[in-house]
Design a protein around this ligand. Structure first.
Ligand code: GLY
Length: 362
């Protein structure tokens, strides 16, 4: 049994399957002669590479399994070049498919290669982290890092199918799993107050990775993301609500060195900060702001910029200027009016930014 969510984008529409023990690449009707370049990193390949390759080969696909180094630094032009080489050696043609088996890094990199090799070949996402299941595998953002910054190169390129197999989460290290829960909470804040309250009630089940609950939760997150992406595929307008907590989150990742914080952890701190700004600027109630911070904390996520060594506000403020949403040196925030309703492009007075920083850092 699985739940299927459709991302409705006209001729670029595709299904997301959420369940356990999924049949991968279900969407491809003819199997014989179809070549799949399956890309995963060394961690994921060791855990799941063989089983996935066997499953696909068992269906009749020709599978070429490529392993790349684990870690964000692999999301680079060097590894794009490496994968183009592998695609050419394998003789991929326009009927071939690139399948990303992994977390956000693998999906972003493999997606970029799929978007550009032969001017675009079919792409399937098999996310293996919670964050990739609820966020990065859905919506068609692909990207690469340059030395000058993260995700500065990329393309919008939709997959033809996303297979979120919850069995793959069983091997996910605890800190990485909890980090993914930050993006789950985000959907409650930006879109669905009832979903937020369900998460509040189910903290125990979330932390124990209850599989029935997870199917419901992952499917709801994908449903919300699918709806947002269908409204604004290329982030011209409302898709920006998905960046709640990310203005500060990205700045913290940048200042504190990528790698110290997991992405979801930095976003959790950013959401606690955005909740505080929302109280001052948008009339978000203190009760709801406390509920956001409280839920993040109960899930084991950080809600303060630093524990022990303090982060320098000036450095963080400077880093906010390199955010893609910054205009005329003024960062833009996604802020909440109430749970389930947010506004994008909010400018905030400098004094409010500083005061909220001091309150949140305590
Ligand atoms: N991760 C935000 C987006 O896909 O737009």
């Amino acid at each position: 049994m699985a739940t299927t969510i459709d991302v409705k984008l006209g001729e670029r529409s595709y299904p997301i399957h959420v369940g356990r023990g999924l049949t991968l690449a279900h969407v491809l009707e003819s199997k014989a002669g179809i070549r799949i370049l399956m890309i995963s990193d060394s961690n994921v390949d060791a855990l799941h590479g063989e089983a996935c390759q066997k499953q696909l080969a068992g269906q009749g696909f020709e599978v070429l399994r490529i392993v790349i180094p684990a870690g964000e630094s692999t999301k680079s032009l060097h590894w794009v070049d490496f994968l183009y080489g592998k695609a050419a050696e394998a003789g991929l043609d326009r009927s071939s498919v690139i399948l990303a088996l992994g977390g956000g890094m693998t999906g972003d990199l493999a997606g970029f290669v799929a978007a550009t090799y032969l001017r675009g070949i079919r792409f399937i996402q098999v996310p293996t982290s919670l964050l990739a299941m609820v966020d990065s595998s859905v919506g068609g953002k692909t990207g690469l890092n340059l030395t000058q910054g993260k995700n500065l190169v990329g393309a919008f390129y939709q997959p033809i199918e996303v297979d979120a197999d919850l069995d793959l989460l069983k091997t996910l290290p605890s800190r990485e799993y909890v980090s993914g829960l930050a993006e789950v909470v985000k959907y409650g804040v930006i879109w669905d107050a009832a979903f937020f309250h369900l998460l509040e009630k189910e903290v125990g089940g979330l932390l124990s990775r209850d599989s029935v609950l997870l199917e419901k939760v992952v499917a709801r997150c994908c449903e919300i993301k699918a709806e947002v992406v269908a409204m604004d595929e290329r982030e011209i307008g409302p898709r920006a609500i998905l960046n709640f907590g990310h203005t500060l989150g990205h700045a913290i990742e940048k200042v504190d060195g990528y790698g110290r914080w997991f992405h979801g952890e930095a976003v959790a701190i950013g959401m606690a900060y955005a909740a505080r700004l929302s109280m001052t600027v948008k009339g978000f109630s203190a009760v709801e702001a406390d509920a956001v911070v409280g839920l993040l904390g109960k899930l084991g996520l950080p809600v303060r910029p630093a524990s022990g060594d303090k982060l320098d506000w000036m450095a963080v403020r400077e880093a906010m200027m390199s955010d893609k949403k910054t205009l005329n040196k003024r960062p833009r925030f996604v802020l909440a009016r109430k749970l389930g309703a947010v506004m994008t492009g909010c400018e905030v007075d400098e004094s409010v930014l500083v005061e909220a920083w001091h309150v949140c850092s305590k």
